[in-house]
Design a protein around this ligand. Sequence first.
Ligand SMILES: Cc1cc2nc3c(=O)[nH]c(=O)nc-3n(C[C@H](O)[C@H](O)[C@H](O)COP(=O)(O)OP(=O)(O)OC[C@H]3O[C@@H](n4cnc5c(N)ncnc54)[C@H](O)[C@@H]3O)c2cc1C
Ligand SMILES: NC(=O)c1ccc[n+]([C@@H]2O[C@H](COP(=O)([O-])OP(=O)(O)OC[C@H]3O[C@@H](n4cnc5c(N)ncnc54)[C@H](OP(=O)(O)O)[C@@H]3O)[C@@H](O)[C@H]2O)c1
Length: 282
Amino acid sequence: MTMKDSNAAKPTAAQPVLPDAQTVTAVKHWTDSLFSFRVTRPQTLRFRSGEFVMIGLMGDPDPKTGRQKPLLRAYSIASPSWDDELEFYSIKVQDGPLTSKLQHIQPGEQIILRPKPVGTLVLDALLPGKRLWMLATGTGIAPFASLMRDPETYESYDEIIMMHTCRDAAELDYGRELIEGLREDELMKELLGEGALDKLRYYPTTTREETANMGRITDNLSSGKVFEDLGLPKMDPEHDRAMVCGSLAFNKDIMAILDGFGLKEGANSDPAQYVVEKAFVG
Ligand SMILES: Cc1cc2nc3c(=O)[nH]c(=O)nc-3n(C[C@H](O)[C@H](O)[C@H](O)COP(=O)(O)OP(=O)(O)OC[C@H]3O[C@@H](n4cnc5c(N)ncnc54)[C@H](O)[C@@H]3O)c2cc1C
Ligand SMILES: NC(=O)c1ccc[n+]([C@@H]2O[C@H](COP(=O)([O-])OP(=O)(O)OC[C@H]3O[C@@H](n4cnc5c(N)ncnc54)[C@H](OP(=O)(O)O)[C@@H]3O)[C@@H](O)[C@H]2O)c1
């Protein structure tokens, strides 16, 4: 993908042409450590809701040669596959090679986007079922921000449960506003289909800041609290499907719990009852 293929603004002398450049159209800062942004979408980019791409910026010039190399990181596409633009939801790591810079991007500036979407958090990687559990910690909600805005999610399941857990309440705001926004937006309601959003159950919790709903996803599933709170039966391999996106430690612990309910891990090439993706490495 080149500038010619995109609807990105023409670069100025002060703004050199980046490979695979896309233009930032909006930025919103949620907390000191979280922000979201939207960029133009290459006209030829096709992806399945839930997939991720590599995005980034040019790195600092090499002190010896002065040459710059792209600094790229994996990012879940947070917007649905039908959207004209692409949305991303990002951490700000203080000394992070990419996000220490990316957090300062402004509308009109460019990022690099390698148009090769991949990933396991796609509806096709699951066998048909009745309920879809979307289980996320931190920025792991990003792929579900995409799937929650895709009509196919609601066509495929009778109930969709979004469990999102963060340390503090403010870290839940991106997901909360997105879900509240869906419920208030007449166009979205129409697009997602009659009654679709009635199928969506939202179960946010915090683990450090005292709030009305607390606890790790793992604990709330193991203790049965979430089933009690939502009036749902315990997960079973016939009816329940799950998608997981969080830290390595979270993913490992939740997989043991899902295995305990009798669910099996699937993949694009071998659909089963649950799929897992890392929200970050380290
Ligand atoms: C498949 C996949 C999808 C990803 N999707 C997203 C996404 O949608 N949004 C996003 O913000 N990041 C996402 N990441 C992480 C992302 O690739 C980068 O690690 C992140 O942007 C930080 O980049 P950096 O260069 O600033 O720091 P890095 O050197 O990449 O990371 C430094 C350290 O910061 C911590 N860290 C990095 N990313 C996160 C995070 N997201 N949440 C909490 N701690 C983190 C880790 O401890 C890591 O070792 C994804 C990673 C993978 C593997
Ligand atoms: N977010 C912050 O305020 C903050 C502050 C300082 C440093 N950091 C650093 O930033 C990085 C990412 O922080 P983060 O808060 O985005 O992600 P995180 O540490 O993965 O925590 C996100 C949420 O997942 C929960 N969690 C973590 N491990 C789990 C497991 N094995 N099973 C079930 N739940 C689990 C946490 O609960 P618990 O609270 O119970 O762990 C928390 O609610 C970490 O390296 C962290 O050290 C973050």
